[in-house]
Design a protein around this ligand. Structure first.
Ligand code: ADP
Ligand code: TRP
Length: 322
């Protein structure tokens, strides 16, 4: 049996990049009865950027509702808030002492912002150690994430190996699992889709907002009648990720033969997103109205998750002589 673990920060509503890059592949893995899955909401990580507690809570609910509406079987697995298993903070301290400074200063999450150091808090700098703690605290074997998290997984493995080297086999060294088909989902401006770039397609937003986002996808300025190159176009590249083969071939032919404008393609993409996520969207809107129900589900998951965390932490404390 493999233990699968992944987390999403409570930094906004999950977008198409999160869904294709993390939620769908993780749920697929969790459906294999040989696996046991721990999916959590990284609500301590989101404090790095979000200081408004009400907003963080709303985001937590939203991320939880997204996992449930996408079909995660939370009853037979583990579903919890990172902040409710405080053992992670204790492990975080121990792992701090096994993390070489240059490893953190080379991490992309920090490096990307290091030209403006006054905006960097120590939480952002040590972010990969908390992530390593999230993973190692539960003896995770496999961590499905988007490509942008690959480096964090390498850091996690290095920290675990360094601990094991010093104290003997204690921590499970996890493998990352990155779906090659989805790798990095482009946002509406062609850069990586990310909440921090404000270029997301918010599948769980109302139709008007969703439509506006899709209609604002940046394209070149070719006129309707001109022939177009599908693979150079953000609209086609997004469509390709969710459409089936025959739909992809049809859109590709339309691009190549001309008399097919980007507006047409965007409208098709919008219709497909609505159709493909019809069920999860309606489930999401229903769930979000009953927050107590979501808190109850998480509360039950947290009791189960805490048991694993306590066992692993005790193993670590013993090795450290505490
Ligand atoms: P964001 O960049 O919007 O803040 P998160 O960092 O919360 O997103 O990402 C949560 C999960 O979704 C991670 O596993 C991450 O790799 C995945 N993910 C986020 N954006 C993308 C993307 N554009 N393409 C593929 N996966 C993504
Ligand atoms: N850093 C991840 C992200 O921003 C979220 C995260 C936190 C995570 N802890 C994790 C993902 C542990 C996988 C495993 O996307």
């Amino acid at each position: 049996m493999a233990r699968i673990l992944t987390g999403i920060q409570s930094s906004g509503k999950p977008h198409l990049g999160n869904i294709l890059g993390a939620i769908e592949p993780s749920i697929k893995l969790s459906q294999n009865s040989e696996n046991e899955s721990l999916f959590f909401i990284a609500d301590l990580h989101s404090l790095i950027n979000i200081k408004d507690s009400q907003l963080r809570k709303e985001n937590t609910i939203s991320v939880a509702a997204a996992w449930i509406s996408m079909g995660f079987d939370y009853k037979n697995n583990f579903f919890y808030r990172q902040s409710k298993i405080q053992e992670v903070c204790e492990l975080n301290w121990y792992l701090n002492c096994f993390t070489p400074f240059p490893m953190l200063s080379n991490s992309h999450s920090y490096k990307d912002k290091s030209n403006n150091l006054s905006s960097v808090n120590a939480g952002l700098f040590t972010y990969p150690i908390l992530m390593a703690s999230d993973i190692l605290l539960y003896d995770a074997d496999i961590v499905p994430v988007g490509k942008d998290q690959k480096q964090h997984l390498e850091i996690t493995r290095d920290i675990a190996k360094s601990f094991n080297h010093q104290y003997g086999e204690t921590l499970v060294v996890p493998e990352s699992k990155i779906d090659n088909k989805v790798m990095t989902i482009p946002g509406i401006d062609g850069r990586k889709m990310s909440k921090s770039y404000e270029n997301t397609i918010d599948v769980f937003e109302n139709e008007n907002i969703l439509k506006k986002q899709i209609m604002s996808i940046v394209t070149d300025s070719k006129g309707i009648e001109e022939k177009k190159t599908p693979n150079n176009c953000n609209v086609f590249n997004l469509y390709k990720l969710i459409a089936d083969d025959s739909e992809i071939i049809r859109m590709k032919e339309n691009y190549e033969k001309g008399n097919y404008g980007y507006g047409h393609a965007k409208k098709e993409l919008f219709d497909l997103v609505i159709e493909k996520y019809k069920k999860p969207r309606s489930k999401y809107f229903e769930l979000i109205k009953n927050q107590d129900h979501i808190y109850k589900i998480l509360g039950q998951g947290e009791i189960k998750a805490k048991k694993i965390a306590c066992t692993v932490l005790e193993r670590v404390r013993n090795k450290l002589g505490y």
